[in-house]
Design a protein around this ligand. Structure first.
Ligand code: G4P
Length: 190
């Protein structure tokens, strides 16, 4: 079993049937030693693919993205969420709908930091419906860059995000793949 799957079984909690609470090690308090192992694992998977930038989205993707970037020796760019509809000319923007929060928001990055020479690895904490990662893919496409892959810590495979992104031909690599959460039990993808 993968290291993150073991950690989820040990310290994760299922809330309200479908939300996995991992805020004691992943998206509130961060277990840096664990992140280091996850970052190394992501690096091993995409090593040799020419990654020269990591793109994530605020807030919870930033920690893992930064630790992982040290292995690739590259910078991290995080997309910002904006409620305002005033999008300026100096940013690439896209719209993301959050199923969990039932809201749509604009996501932007400065044109200064994303361009056609970028070979981008997308990193986030959760891959659920996939909208956040699809939004990040759209930003890279608008910038003329290349998406090398999409790597998330926890993939809730049954929510469809994995299928949508893999169907577009991207290499999706998640560190824990949840096939089912039912009656307080977690089943991982075999
Ligand atoms: P998507 O990002 O894959 O499209 O899925 P969705 O719209 O359902 O997710 C919206 C937010 O909820 C995301 O965070 C995502 O990380 C989070 N999320 C989804 N499923 C779970 C879960 O089981 N447990 C926890 N803890 N979070 C989950 P966000 O709104 O972008 O927030 P943040 O990054 O600012 O924290």
């Amino acid at each position: 079993m993968k290291i993150l799957e073991q950690k989820i079984l040990k310290d994760g909690k299922i809330l309200g049937g479908d939300i996995l609470k991992v805020d004691n090690f992943l998206n509130h308090q961060m277990d840096v030693a664990l992140f280091n192992e996850l970052g190394r694992d992501i690096y091993t998977h995409y090593q040799g693919c020419g990654v020269n930038k990591i793109l994530t989205i605020e807030a919870s993707g930033i920690g893992l993205a930064c630790i992982t970037a040290q292995f690739f020796n590259c910078n991290v760019l995080f997309a910002k969420k904006r409620k305002s509809l005033n999008i300026s000319d100096d940013v690439f923007s896209t719209k993301v709908y959050s199923f969990t929060k039932k809201t749509e928001y604009d996501v932007v990055v400065s044109k200064e930091y994303l361009g056609k020479d970028d070979k981008v690895l997308i990193i986030d904490d959760f891959l659920a419906n996939g909208n956040a990662c699809l939004g990040l893919i759209d930003l890279v496409r608008k910038a003329g860059g290349e998406v090398v892959g999409v790597s998330c810590a926890v993939e809730k495979t049954y929510q469809g995000g994995y299928d949508k992104i893999a169907a577009l031909g991207y290499d999706v690599y998640s560190l824990a793949r949840i096939a089912e959460m039912k009656d307080g039990h977690i089943k991982f993808v075999e």
